[in-house]
Every structure is written in C-alpha cells, then in structure tokens.
Design a protein around this ligand. Structure first.
Ligand code: TYM
Length: 353
C-alpha cells in the first residue's frame, strides 16, 4: 500500500460522471489533465478523482450511473493516464466518505446569500422546475470545496466555468482558518493557477450548432455536441451541419466567425491526438482563404470521425482489472489522507477531543 508524501504539494482535479463525456471535456480538460499528470508527477502528488456525488445534483438516469463512473476511469486510461505511476491517485469521491462529512461541516459556515450568487447555480436552475432544483445543486460548490481542502491541494486545474467555485473554496478555507487556526491549505489564487498551467486553461470548445456558447453536456438537443461515444458517422453529420457564417472565407476570427474558428480548433486537436505535430497556427495558415465551407467541413468531419473510431478502439482495449486495482489502492490511500483532515476539522469545531 502507498500513501501520499506529505512534503509533496498536491494538484487535484475532477471531471463529473454523467451522461457521456464530450470532446469539449476531452480536449479541454481530460487530455490536458493527463498530460499535466505525466509531466508533474515527479514533483507533485496528482489527485484525479471522479466527482460521482456531483453527478445527480440535476436529475439523471440512475441505472446508468455506475457504468458512467467506471467509464470515466476508462476514458482517463484510454487518454494515456499511466496507472502504474504511484504519485497519481485515481479515485471515486463516493468511496471516501470524508467528502460528504466535511461538506456538511462547511455548509454550516457558508452563507445562503453567498451560495445564491453562484452563476452556475443560476444558469442550471433556470433550466429546471420546482423540486427539480435540489438543495444539492444549490450547495454543490461546498462539496467541491471539501473535495479540494481534504487533500491540502495547492493547484486545481479547471475551466473558467469553475473559477467562481474555486474562489469560494479559497474564501471558506480562509474563513475557517481565521476562526479555528491553520486548518486548511488555501489553494493558489486563480491568476496564479493560470500562470502555472499555461494558456491551455482557457481552451473552450464551442457548441457546433451555437458556436457562441461552450459545448456542454447539459445541452438539450445534443446536435451541437460530439460525445466520445457517438457513432463516428453521426458525428460526421453533426459537423457537416455545424453553424458557420455568411462571410464565405475560412478565417480564424473568434468574434466574427466563431463557428469556423471552432472547427479550426477541433481539427487541430484531432490531428494532435493522431500524433501529428501541428499547431493551431499551422492549421489556420493551411485553410485561411478557402471559400467552400462544405469542403472545409468535410475535412474536419472526416478527421473527427477518424479520431472517434481510434479513440473508441483504445477505450475498448483498456485493461479493466488494472483500472479496478488502481481505484482500490488509491481509495485506500485517499481515505487515510482525507480522514486526517476531517479529524482535524472535527476537533476544531468541537466534535472530537
Ligand atoms: P465538469 O465535470 O462540468 O467539467 C470538467 C472540466 O471540464 C471543463 N470543461 C470544458 N473545458 C473546455 N471546453 C469545454 N467545452 C468544457 N466543458 C467543461 C470544466 O471547466 C472542468 O474543469 N464541479 C466540477 C467537477 C468538480 C471538481 C471538484 C473539479 C467537482 N469537485 C474539485 C475540480 C476540483 C465540474 O462540474 O466539472
């Protein structure tokens, strides 16, 4: 059995398990996370966890949850996560009960008004009705703070939709430290996180049908979203019908040609995944000025379909017993670390001597 090295700083992040993971999550979060884990594991403990308790803050089909949790672990593995690296921990949130224990305690030090200001809550609750808007959705950021603070994480690579939650994590940690003494490691401010992780942090794949908004798994129609599990031919069709513009010339211009710019980015990413050493700038110069959008789209569609075929083959070939063993050993180790923090907090608030 291994434990975390208490002298090594911690990088921690997670991607929710629900529905299906799309190429926005894959290229915007999972691949950069896997690359980061490989590069940083000599100097950091890397905690990659599956926030499965976060999966049903909005209504889901629970008969599919168990599979989609495991699928998350498989996707990391198919994306190249080295399971034999002892500094990388891959675990399910729900298998470390300290997450929900600490979340409850933090709940009681969190203001109702403070949570009401979270923009993600406002966005998501706008799409739901009545009792579908759960208390879990409302205090989701508190559980997220517990996820981070239990492991003394310094760096938390997330997309900008999670920035407000990260700021809340810093606030609650500082508040508790002021009240009870040094309980928590406060994660670095967002600006420092961006400096540390580089500009890929800002990467945002857009919805194909509505390229001014990010590709998101909560999109209702699914027409603008390419899921990793999509049939490659169906994904081909989605790209062929992607929204573009009437300017009639391929150019990288996020303001005026968001659809075309998004396709240029997607093409670069699928080419990189295929092992080609290309940059976005190279893709842009290859296609700038092309006038037939249909031809351009066909290239993007062909190569994206090819990416899906290859990815799905890698996914089918992952070593299931190795994943199961990794989850078990990480969860055992993480329970020890998380319980240490939890006990410290329980003592501070008067639940233990
Ligand atoms: P989630 O599961 O919604 O998204 C996981 C990560 O993917 C990023 N992301 C994207 N990046 C680029 N392009 C897109 N179209 C795109 N869509 C999503 C998100 O910013 C995120 O970084 N609350 C978190 C999960 C979580 C967590 C945590 C993360 C729970 N506890 C503790 C870090 C630390 C969430 O819902 O992410």
């Amino acid at each position: 059995m291994y434990t975390m090295n208490p002298t090594k700083p911690v990088i921690l992040t997670g991607v929710r398990a629900n529905n299906d993971i799309h190429i926005g999550n894959y290229f915007g979060a999972i691949l950069p996370i896997v690359d980061m884990a490989k590069r940083r594991s000599a100097d950091f403990d890397i905690n990659l966890f599956i926030p499965d308790l976060h999966s049903f803050t909005t209504p889901i089909d629970h008969s599919k949850l168990y599979d989609s949790i495991l699928n998350n672990a498989r996707i990391y593995t198919a994306a190249g996560l080295p399971l034999d690296n002892q500094a990388i921990h891959l675990y399910r949130q729900s298998r470390v009960p300290a997450h929900s224990e600490l979340a409850w305690i933090l709940d009681c030090f969190t203001g109702f008004g403070e949570m009401s200001r979270m923009t993600q809550f406002k966005d998501k609750s706008d799409k739901l009705h009545g009792d579908q808007i759960s208390v879990g959705l409302f205090n989701y950021p508190v559980l997220m703070a517990a996820d981070i603070l239990l492991y003394n994480a310094t760096y938390v690579p997330v997309g900008d939709d999670q920035t407000q939650h990260l700021e809340f994590t810093r606030d609650i940690a500082e508040r508790m430290n002021r009240k009870f003494g040094e309980l928590f490691t406060v994660p670095k401010p967002v600006a420092e996180q961006h400096q540390f992780f580089g500009k890929d942090q800002g990467l945002r794949i857009k919805d194909l049908a509505n390229p001014t908004k990010k590709m998101s798994k909560s999109d209702d129609t699914g027409k603008g979203v390419i899921f990793l599990g999509d049939d490659p031919q169906a994904a081909h069709k989605k790209i062929m019908s992607a929204t573009t513009d009437s300017l009639g010339k391929v150019q990288y211009d996020r303001e005026n040609q968001p659809g075309i710019s998004n396709l240029l980015e997607i093409l670069t990413l699928v080419r990189q995944d295929a092992g080609r050493d290309v940059t976005l700038e190279q893709t842009i110069s290859e296609f700038t000025g092309m006038e037939r959008y249909g031809d351009f789209k066909r290239i993007v569609a062909d190569e994206t379909a090819e990416f899906l075929t290859n990815f799905q083959a890698r996914l089918a070939a992952v070593d299931e017993p190795a994943i199961e063993a990794k989850l078990q050993s990480s969860e055992q180790a993480m329970n020890l670390v998380a319980n240490q923090t939890l006990h410290r907090v329980q003592k501070a608030v008067g639940l233990r001597r």
